[in-house]
Design a protein around this ligand. Structure first.
Ligand code: ZN
Length: 410
């Protein structure tokens, strides 16, 4: 099975004669693009609690698993293999992933200027927006395996546009994917409501934060993520908002350092629940999960340069940052690096950096934390207190991890 495909773009009557849209007639994509852009459909969490393992440990490997198992590409088709209830979710992910990739190519921009439109935002119109040359573009992305739904979806989008109060150019992108048995090529259908209005739009540091914080929510220790998110929400951007010491891991590639987090299929809460029973020991649980799933691991990270630009509040440097776009599919690892500095690597236990940086000792330790949480058995942190009155006494703060968040700093 190929990992890439090229899709034709069908311009709806609303844009058929528009020069701007006629610039691109095809979109080429790699399978990894669908995951990387498709996850932007997930919400940015307002607050992550320390025991939210469903988010912190499970979400990325779960979504990656869906994408890996249920999406296939051949030359001209994106195939949604799922016959189950998650089929719709997969079509949606395909719609967002392909739609956003196309949007960045059409506008020729770095993906880091994609903005999500929060549901609560006034006069919400579409799902994502991108600003370029003082013009704002809003995008509604849809995905389906049912090609005959095209006209209904176009109507839905047109209806939404009518109700919109914003001045932006509004673009609808529908990805018509396939079931295996449907051999017709997949394609993109694009509609638009061209608007010559321009506004004075400057991209600010908060916009970049809004983009990268989604990825950071999986990497940065929850206490620090929550602090950062609050500041972004209040538009109170200060220096050093990303506490890099609390991003646990890194991956090196072509002389650059990407900081982020490793994930493992064996740490998915739902899967652990299948093997869990009251008397199970951690060792036995670890063994059963490993026998069943083996080592399926993912690293997600951000170029450390981007982090330092964000921490310095340096909008200009981010604006001119353009990383190389790379796809590698080797036996020991699959890797995708995008121009926004986001790297995603997956490995089945053969990559040396995974084995060195994300050891089985750590997998076991994290499995223990999840188990503590399932059993609802927190323990006292126990690290020596640093406050004057209690100096040296063991900390009594309850935690599911090794130490409480104050003491994980050291
Ligand atoms: Zn403590």
């Amino acid at each position: 099975m190929a990992n890439k495909c090229t899709l034709d773009i069908e311009l709806d009557s609303s844009v058929k004669n528009n020069k701007f849209f006629n610039k691109i007639s095809k979109v080429s994509l790699e399978k990894m693009d669908i995951f990387k852009y498709g996850i932007l459909n997930e919400a940015v969490p307002k607050k992550i609690t320390e025991r939210d393992f469903e988010y912190l440990e499970s979400k990325i490997p779960f979504l990656y698993g869906l994408y890996e198992d249920f999406i296939e590409l051949d030359k001209q088709r994106i195939v949604n293999l799922s016959e189950e209830e998650n089929s719709k979710r997969i079509s949606e992910t395909i719609g967002v992933g392909v739609g956003l990739l196309y949007a960045t190519q059409l506008l020729d921009v770095n993906p880091n200027i994609i903005k999500r439109i929060a549901p609560s935002e006034k006069g919400k119109y579409l799902d994502f927006k991108i600003s370029k040359n003082n013009r704002e573009y809003e995008f509604e992305t849809k995905g389906t395996i049912n090609h005959s739904k095209k006209s209904t979806l176009l109507k839905d989008i047109a209806e939404k546009k009518k109700n919109s109060k914003t001045k932006a150019t509004k673009c609808g992108i529908i990805t018509l994917a396939n079931k295996e048995r449907n051999k017709k090529p997949s394609k993109l259908v694009v509609s638009d409501d061209w608007d010559e209005n321009t506004e004075n739009i400057e991209i600010e540091i908060k916009d970049y934060f809004a983009y990268y914080e989604f990825y950071l929510s999986f990497m940065l220790d929850s206490t620090y993520y929550n602090r950062m998110h609050k500041k972004i929400e209040k538009n109170n951007i200060t220096k050093n908002m990303i506490y890099t010491k609390r991003i646990p891991h890194f991956y090196s590639y072509k002389g650059r350092r990407y900081i982020g987090q490793y994930f493992d299929k064996r740490l998915i809460l739902d899967l652990i629940a299948q093997f869990y029973h009251l008397d199970i020991t951690m060792e036995l649980l670890y063994k059963r999960m490993t026998d069943e799933f083996g080592k399926k691991q993912i690293f997600m990270g951000i170029d450390s340069k981007i982090i330092s630009y964000l921490n310095a509040g340096n909008t200009e440097d981010i604006k001119y940052y353009s990383g190389e776009k790379v796809f590698e599919d080797k036996e020991e690892r699959s890797l995708m690096l995008d121009s926004d500095g986001i790297i995603i690597v997956s490995s089945d236990g053969l990559d040396k950096q995974f084995n060195d940086n994300f050891t089985e000792i750590e997998v076991k330790a994290r499995l223990q934390y999840v188990l503590n949480s399932i059993k609802n058995e927190p323990h006292e942190c126990g690290a020596p207190c640093r406050s004057k009155e209690k100096e040296g006494e063991p900390c009594q703060k309850l935690t599911f991890r090794e130490h409480c968040h104050f003491h994980r700093d050291e």
